[in-house]
Design a protein around this ligand. Structure first.
Ligand code: DAK
Length: 258
């Protein structure tokens, strides 16, 4: 069996998943996509995991894109099929995962790598990170959700500029444009992500998972986000976490969510 391309580590209820192909700048080949997909599904199933940090190994790259050597020979039909499979298997899966994912962008996040970071719920970048969608320089367009998620995050004009120029932007520009939430030193990156995850895990996981459904509803064609919010808000009242959260407030103690 081929060696695994990801490393999984647990720290209390925070799981860190590291993409581990540093010699290829963590480029996403199909094996890595499959492993990430399984790892996310496993994490979601485990009640003890309340937040996920996703990062790349080495000092240079989060993920330098889809593995160019692998997709160089695809046909039109294969391109369509694999794009759809990739959306289902990893990128939509990540965006809709009920466990929140923080992308720790520790260097180049290009093409499929930036698309993966954009599928996460929260992004933090180190100040040496460079981000871009260089697909058109290879004769393709972003095929793992980049045309949609980049425009949602930074607006249509900036997204068009990044896609059409195939250029890279700095972590500071990404921060100013709203593409990443925070910028840190490379040494401080995982600490900052763990700090955010540490705040998340103290809250109700069931409420967070319903909030993810409600926020994401705004980006699904034909779905009324406000109606989804009303529905999911109502569902909160049937959860143990709601009972615990409100009881703890009344009893003037910290909530202890199971
Ligand atoms: N794929 C495969 N190998 C890669 C790679 C990639 N994306 N990026 C880097 N590498 C490999 C290099 O080939 C090199 O390997 P060796 O030659 O040493 O064996 C090693 O990583 C180190 O890279 P460099 O020597 O180039 O390192 P530098 O510091 O000089 O440059 C760089 C760093 C990030 C600027 C450069 O490596 C670079 O430009 N990389 C390619 C960036 C890129 O264009 N990425 C692809 C974007 S397009 C699809 C759906 C989506 C997509 C594709 C298909 N389907 C549904 C079918 C998405 C496409 C993309 O992501």
């Amino acid at each position: 069996m081929a060696e695994s391309n990801i490393i999984i580590e647990n720290n209390d209820s925070i799981r860190t998943i590291t993409i581990n192909r540093p010699k290829q700048l963590n480029a996403l080949n199909s094996q890595t996509i499959n492993e990430l997909s399984e790892a996310l599904k496993d994490a979601e199933k485990e009640n003890s995991v309340k937040a996920i940090i996703l990062t790349g190994s080495g000092e240079k790259a989060f993920v330098a894109g889809a593995d160019i050597k692998e997709f160089a020979s695809f046909s039109v039909e294969e391109g369509k099929k694999l794009s759809k499979e990739g959306h289902d298997k990893l990128f939509d899966l990540a965006q809709n995962l009920s466990t929140p994912i923080i992308a720790a962008i520790n260097g180049f996040a290009l093409g499929g790598g930036l698309e993966l970071a954009m599928s996460a719920h929260i992004r933090v970048a180190s100040d040496n990170a460079k981000m871009g969608l260089p697909e058109v320089s290879l004769g393709v367009i972003p095929g793992y959700g980049g045309t949609q998620r980049l425009a949602q995050l930074v607006g249509r004009g900036k997204a068009m500029e990044m896609i059409a120029t195939a250029g890279m932007i700095s972590a500071d520009d990404a921060h100013n444009w709203g593409l990443v939430n925070h910028v840190t030193t490379p040494e401080g990156l995982l600490e900052q992500c763990n700090k955010i995850a540490g705040k998340i895990v103290k809250n109700s996981s069931s409420a967070i998972s319903l909030a993810i459904i409600a926020v994401n509803a705004n980006y699904v064609d034909g779905v009324d986000g406000f109606a989804t919010e009303i529905q999911e808000f109502g569902n909160c009242f049937g959860t143990d976490d709601f009972k615990e959260g409100t009881t703890a407030f009344i009893e003037r103690r910290k909530a202890n969510f199971k």
